[in-house]
Design a protein around this ligand. Structure first.
Ligand code: GRF
Length: 217
């Protein structure tokens, strides 16, 4: 990471509670970075309001205005580069990104996925974990690579699945942990401690285990 303050661009499509966790972490000193822009592909995303309230620049790049994925991703990439982003955070950004986009930002593109990857890539992770009878579930922050939800893990938090859990009750328990581990991973990146090298994650120059650093409260 450069000597200057890490410039972060956050992409989202919805509520933006993870964005809020980043805003709070910057405000309380847990994350030494500057959130330079929030970009949404959906005009109604509540995350845009959260950003505006925090005085962060917002942009809409509406995928419906583009003929195909390539042209959407091309414009999105241009907008991100305009901010000279050091780090790009996918925070509930519900678009599949093209290989071209991913390779342009590789090593500086993070996602959070609500499961203990490699379990349950894709959608409906909470219900799938309940249906499988799992006793543990959680969330994983990972570098984004060409494989959907498949990039190398940085940090993972586990939560128990409790009797009578519903998709919503479990999602809420997981989301609480997301709000801790995602800004923490970004803070490592901002301090230059975190790196993607030869498809492996290095934290303080040490390789992390395949499922990432195991976070406990
Ligand atoms: C989170 O569960 C995240 O793991 C998933 O989308 C959700 C986004 O929530 N990728 P929010 O918009 O940050 O509240």
């Amino acid at each position: 990471m450069p000597a200057h303050t890490c410039k972060v661009v956050i992409l989202l499509s919805g509520s933006g509670s993870n964005l809020q966790a980043f805003i709070d972490a910057v405000a309380n000193g847990g994350l030494n970075a500057s959130i330079v822009a929030v970009i949404s592909n959906k005009p109604a995303a509540y995350g845009l309001e959260r950003a505006q309230k925090a005085g962060i620049k917002t942009e809409l790049v509406d995928h419906k205005q583009f003929a195909d994925r390539e042209s959407f991703d091309h414009t999105l990439a241009e907008r991100i580069e305009a901010y000279q982003a050091d780090l790009v955070i996918l925070a509930g950004f519900m678009r599949i990104l093209t290989p071209g986009f991913v390779s342009q930002f590789k090593g500086r593109l993070l996602n959070i996925h609500p499961s203990l990857l490699p379990k349950y890539p894709g959608l409906h992770t909470h219900q799938r974990a309940i249906d499988a009878g799992d006793s543990l579930h959680g969330a994983t922050v990972h570098f984004v690579t060409e494989e959907l939800d498949g990039g190398p893990a940085i940090i993972q938090a586990q939560v128990p699945i409790i009797k009578n859990d519903t998709e919503d009750s479990l999602a809420a328990r997981v989301l609480k942990q997301e709000h801790k581990i995602y800004p923490l991973a970004a803070s490592w990146f901002a301090k230059g401690q975190l790196e993607l090298k030869n498809e492996k994650v290095l934290l303080d120059e040490q390789s992390l285990p395949a499922q990432g650093f195991q976070f406990t409260d």
